[in-house]
Structures are given as structure tokens and as C-alpha cells.
Design a protein around this ligand. Structure first.
Ligand SMILES: C[S@@+](CC[C@H](N)C(=O)[O-])C[C@H]1O[C@@H](n2cnc3c(N)ncnc32)[C@H](O)[C@@H]1O
Length: 397
């Protein structure tokens, strides 16, 4: 009797079978943007699509709301300022896009129930989460939320658009980016190709598609300049405008707050930043290699502020201003909150120290404090009489 054949083991570094099949079907090469979309959002194999990625200090990477509820508590007055600018009795929605584990939505709805019970009868939570694997965990987490919750796609919301506030906290950095590489004389569109050994490699193609050329021209990058090192690469954010267009169709009136890592174009595309901003995260480790173990790592690229603002202006949004997270949270009372920890009972010392550390992390200029808060108002929304709270001077101690 012969023994059954051993299942063929992929060699180290080999692409997984599902990706080999996709790439072969596509002719052996796809633009980086397509690869990133598969690796993150494929319903079966993608890191978010499958629900494999876990957000939090014990998961794959931490975000501000996953550290403690202080972030939500500090953000809440900003949301209330915007809700209160809406006509009285107007039904309102707090729309969170890409809610991850559902922490922020849960913390904000609990904060609203405690501090503004008058809003409960006209406010609902709407969660926009395209990845079923993530939505399942959010539904479990928000089962006891004190606000009515609905999970809707942008398309479903467009059929019954809402008024209120939309949040995009660390969401736009998960939108697939195009990558381009500079060979010393011209740019190529970077893609992912299958090698004859069955591994993946980054490979440039010419000519550039028209939409990439247009984007380069808008950024003034078509002739990259002699300072740029041959072999350098960077990202272009072509998925922003379609996302913002869908978001605009979903929010009839109100504000959008984007919170993410972002650079001005001059910093983003500086010749010295010669490998762009793309990073991979898994189990609290960071890697610059986007091709390893596809579907098991978060892939993320910073935003370019001008690209975001241009895409927003073209899709029905008006800029309200932007600020670094550290400054935004100080304007919303972080220093007072930190000071207030001193009057908490010393019996909860361990918890107090953890909260103190989390508060300091939120404003640390080398990490979360360098995030940008970028606010937009849906065109046609009556302007508020006051500047957004997060852009004001910090309260006096
Ligand atoms: C980095 S996590 C952020 C989670 C959460 N906002 C936080 O800060 O803890 C990205 C989230 O955005 C979701 N996402 C990815 N692409 C999206 C899209 N096009 N629209 C809305 N959400 C998206 C992911 O499934 C995930 O829930």
C-alpha cells in the first residue's frame, strides 16, 4: 500500500496559493493598489476581510481609542458642539466608518447617555464597515450600547442620507494606495508580480496610466528632480476621492472628522523620504516589507494633506481646519484631565498609572500626538457661529 502524497508545502517566502491563482488570472502582475486591496479586504483571505486583525494593545496594533476611554471622553465635547449646531428636533446620526473593535463607538455612546440623555431620543449610531469579519465583532461589542445601532454600507446610507457627524479614525490609511518608483529619469507604476520561484516581488511598469500622471502633475512631481535617488518609491492616494464621494452621499449635512497620520505634500514627497510611508503591522511589530505573509499584516500608508483636501473639495466637503492630535486634545482639556488624576483615590494606583500613561501616549509628539485631526463640513451645512473646539486655545488651567 502506498502512502498518500504529502500535501505540498509552500517554500519559505512563497506566495500563498490563493494569491498565486489571482496573480496568474491577472497575467502575473497587478498594480500595488490591487494587491493591497486583496491583502486587506479579501473577504476570505484579507487581514480585515477575514476579521483576522485585532486592534488594541494586546492585538496587532494599538489605536488611541483602544488605549482607554479618555480619548472618547475628550472627543465628545467636539461632537456635541457639532450636534448642537443642528436644528432642534432634527434626527441625528453618529456615523463611524471603520469602527475596528467598536471601542470608540461604545465609549462615545456611553458618554452621550451619561452627559446628554436629551439626545438619546433623536440620535442613532451608524456603523460603516465593509469587512464582514470585523463587523461581526463590532456587533457583539455594541450589543449593549445605549444608542440604537445600524450597520449600513455607504450605498445603503446614500438611499436615506443622514445628518450628524461622521468619524474616520485610522480608516483612510487602510485605503489601497498606488505606488510609484523613480528610476532616475522617469516614474513607473509599481505592482506586485509572481517570480518563477513562486515568490512575490515589486515590479515597475510603464507607461503610467493617465490618472497617475494627473495626480503627479497636481502634486508637481512629474519631473522628480535630480535630488531624488534612483530606486526611490512613494504612494499616491487615488482611492480618497471615491471614498469621500460616497461619504458625501451618505451624510446630507454635518461634519466629517478624519484622524490619521498625515504629512503636508512637501514633507511627504521630500526626496529624503525615499521609500514613502507604507508600513506593515502585526502583533505589535512594524515592518517595511508589504509582501510578507499577505493577509496576515495590516498595511497602511500615511495621508497627504493636500491630496485629501483636494479630493474633499471636489466631492462636496468644505475644510474646517486641521491640527495635530496633541494640540487638539490639549484644546479639549487633556491637561486638566491629567491633573484631575491627582485627586483620584490612591487605592486605584495601578489603574491611575495606566491611565496617566495612556493620556501621555495620546499627545506624545513622536507617536499618536503627531496624528492629524482634519475636519470638513458637508457643503450646504449652516456654518456654526463658533470655531470648532479642537481648533481653539486650550482652556486655562
Ligand atoms: C486601523 S482599523 C481602525 C479601527 C478603529 N477606527 C480604531 O481606530 O480603533 C481600520 C478599520 O477600517 C475598516 N475599513 C477598511 N477599509 C474601509 C473602508 N473603505 N471604509 C470603511 N471602513 C474601512 C477596517 O475593516 C477596520 O475596521
Amino acid at each position: 500500500m502506498s502512502s498518500p502524497p504529502l500535501p505540498s508545502q509552500p517554500s519559505p517566502g512563497a506566495a500563498p496559493a490563493w494569491l498565486v491563482e489571482r496573480l496568474q488570472q491577472a497575467g502575473g502582475w497587478v498594480p500595488f493598489r490591487t494587491y493591497m486591496d486583496w491583502a486587506l479586504h479579501d473577504p476570505q483571505h484579507g487581514a480585515y476581510g477575514s476579521g483576522r486583525l485585532q486592534v488594541g494593545p494586546r492585538g496587532d496594533f494599538a489605536t488611541s481609542p483602544s488605549l482607554s476611554s479618555d480619548f472618547a471622553d475628550l472627543l465628545l465635547p467636539q461632537l456635541l458642539q457639532w450636534f448642537d449646531q443642528q436644528p432642534q428636533h432634527q434626527p441625528l446620526a453618529l456615523v463611524e466608518t471603520g469602527p475596528g473593535e467598536g471601542s470608540l463607538a461604545l465609549q462615545l455612546s456611553s458618554g452621550i447617555a451619561q452627559s446628554r440623555p436629551d439626545l438619546l431620543e433623536r440620535l442613532e449610531l451608524v456603523l460603516v464597515e465593509p469587512n464582514a469579519g470585523m463587523a461581526q465583532r463590532q456587533q457583539a461589542r455594541l450589543a449593549e450600547a445605549p444608542l440604537p445601532c445600524r450597520w449600513l454600507s455607504f450605498e445603503q446610507l446614500a438611499a436615506q442620507p443622514v445628518c450628524g457627524v461622521m468619524l474616520a479614525h485610522e480608516v483612510l490609511d487602510a485605503l489601497p494606495v498606488e505606488r510609484i518608483s523613480w528610476d532616475g529619469t522617469r516614474w513607473s507604476q509599481q505592482g506586485v508580480a509572481l517570480t518563477s520561484q513562486g515568490t512575490l516581488q515589486l515590479e515597475g511598469r510603464q507607461p503610467l496610466p493617465g490618472e497617475l500622471l494627473e495626480s503627479l502633475q497636481q502634486l508637481g512631481l512629474e519631473r522628480a528632480g535630480s535630488q531624488r535617488r534612483p530606486g526611490s518609491s512613494t504612494e499616491l492616494h487615488l482611492a480618497l476621492a471615491p471614498w469621500l464621494q460616497q461619504a458625501a452621499a451618505a451624510l446630507r449635512c454635518g461634519q466629517l472628522l478624519v484622524v490619521d497620520y498625515a504629512h503636508e505634500a512637501w514633507r511627504y514627497y521630500a526626496p529624503a523620504r525615499d521609500q514613502g510611508t507604507l508600513m506593515a503591522y502585526r502583533q505589535q511589530q512594524a515592518s517595511g516589507d508589504p509582501l510578507q505573509d499577505p493577509g496576515h499584516w495590516d498595511l497602511t500608508a500615511h495621508l497627504c494633506l493636500e491630496s485629501l483636501e483636494r479630493a474633499a473639495a471636489a466631492t462636496g466637503w468644505q475644510g474646517l481646519g486641521q491640527r495635530r492630535q496633541g494640540e487638539a486634545l490639549l484644546a479639549l482639556g487633556l491637561a486638566q484631565r491629567l491633573h484631575g488624576l491627582q485627586s483620584e483615590p490612591a487605592s486605584a494606583l495601578a489603574e491611575l498609572l495606566t491611565r496617566r500613561e495612556a493620556l501621555l501616549r495620546l499627545v506624545d509628539p513622536h507617536t499618536l500626538g503627531d496624528f492629524r485631526w482634519i475636519a470638513f463640513s458637508r457643503v450646504g451645512t449652516p456654518p456654526g457661529t463658533e470655531e470648532p473646539l479642537f481648533l481653539q486655545d486650550p482652556p486655562l488651567a
